[in-house]
Unconditional design. Sequence first.
Length: 276
Amino acid sequence: MSEVRPMPAAERPNNEVLRAEKVKRLGIAGLDQNDDLSVFGEVAKSIVGCDFVFINVSDDKYQYTTCAIGAGNVDAAQGTPREETICQYAMCSNEPSIYPDINQEEKFRDTAPTTIGVTFYAGFPLITPEGYHLGVMCLVGGTRIDLTDEQINLMKNLAKAVTTHLLNFGELNEINAGRFSRAMTKFRAHLENATLDDLSDFLMFCNLEIVTSNRLPNLVKKGLLEFENGEYVLSAKGKVVKKDMNMSNEKLKVLKSPVSGKNTDIDDMLSNLEDM
């Protein structure tokens, strides 16, 4: 049996520093797998007829799999060093990296992918309009596959759609991070050592007015709640904080409206309190 060889390191993108900063700012590295990305993966698998589809996002050091079709459960938070992945080559190209049979490529000969039966690989880079490579949508198979021009064009368009989805998700993350930061500033004006958990619990209590967290006794210790007649209620201090954070009863009624049929989450609450 041949000794497993490391893959030759690919060049990094020319804008690597800014690219990695973009990925970090969007918060998409290590993103949990979700149904939306899985739909893209299933479509890709149907187009090409390969065994596996992965949507990978790379920061400055590691590659994270945010979607895995055909491979079972994959820990999205478990990164793989970029230099150990075939996707490293697609990360430095604006065009797809397509290898019908990686065993015919000298740089892959006797490397880890070939030892586990990988034959076909195609990586479609996820490139933002500014030219930042967020990651790669890759297709993998155990037998040779020769892609047609039509399949390649379809996959290029699908990769663009995946990129748009990741950007939208990341931009929403940035907006919500800003809202949390502003809310935390007001909250800490009354409670210097408050944590994000404290803020979340306080917002949820003011919105739902029911005990849904075993952390509420902690808010009693901090003076925001009182426990009276078997239930939690806002203390005098809690009422001041609620007013200062612009959490009027009228606004909370909108948040608690039964029309939607479901409870409002923290992101919706922060958005509503800022917009009204």
